[in-house]
Design a protein around this ligand. Structure first.
Ligand code: SAM
Length: 227
């Protein structure tokens, strides 16, 4: 018989607290345990929605150590909700490892649709969305970043990546060098008070970089080569 343990993958808001689904709230209310990237951060979210629930930290530094404990709870029939600080777990966030192991051990994984910076940015960017390649975060090291971007030059469709504000200017320089004519969209602080969209060719954005506010969280999208 299949064990009744379930791991729910629960997206949480990326800024605006209204962006949590009714189903996500119901799962957080009814589950046995919340696996949280940062229990203090998630504690505030749960408090906001008046949910009192035991939490266990699950982040990139303890995911191996936590595995046995989590699988044990699932084998006892536990319903566990996996959340990260913001957005969808497993998307440039902790989760992938325990999700894979849960599937491997024969338990059910149930992902909920919901907030994700990648899909939110893509849906409003105005670039082609019929073919998309998601790069997550680029490496911090210059040579590796360049190599990665060079390897993407022939990929058809729109490229999407997450970037820290500390490296946005560096990225604009790399894009100006490697793909100057491509359309680039910067989606900044999505769903928050200072949400901002910056659009232009890579070379033009590099030239006007001083006028771009490099603060907060960014999704960067690069349109396909124009033939
Ligand atoms: N799992 C998350 C998701 O589904 O959106 C992504 C987590 S990743 C650690 C954080 C990165 O996502 C940020 O550095 C930024 O690139 C992007 N991001 C998250 N929230 C954002 C927002 N409100 N506006 C723009 N980008 C955001």
């Amino acid at each position: 018989m299949t064990p009744a343990g379930v791991l729910y993958v629960v997206p949480t808001p990326i800024g605006n607290l209204e962006d949590i689904t009714l189903r996500a709230l119901n799962i957080l209310k009814s589950c046995d345990l919340v696996l949280a990237e940062d229990t203090r951060h998630t504690g505030q979210l749960l408090k906001h929605f008046d949910i009192g629930k035991p939490m266990l930290s699950y982040h990139k530094f303890n995911e191996a150590a936590r595995q046995e404990q989590i699988l044990e709870r699932l084998s006892q029939g536990g319903h566990l909700a996996l959340v990260t600080d913001a957005g969808t777990p497993g998307i440039s966030d902790p989760g992938q490892r325990i999700i894979a192991e849960t599937i491997h051990q024969g338990f059910r994984v149930e992902p909920l649709p919901g907030a994700c910076a990648f899909t939110t940015a893509l849906s409003g960017c105005g670039l082609p969305t019929d073919e998309v390649h998601f790069l997550g975060f680029l490496d911090r090291k210059s040579a590796r970043r360049r190599r990665k971007l060079e390897s993407c030059l022939d990929i058809p469709g729109t490229l999407v990546l997450y970037e820290s504000p500390h490296r946005i200017e560096k990225l604009l320089e790399e894009l100006k060098d490697l793909m100057p004519d491509r359309d680039v969209v910067l989606a900044r602080e999505l769903t928050k008070k200072f949400e901002q969209w910056v659009r232009g060719r890579a070379e033009a954005l590099w030239e006007r970089r001083q006028s771009i506010k490099i603060k907060g969280e960014f999704v960067v999208m690069i349109g396909p080569e124009i033939s």
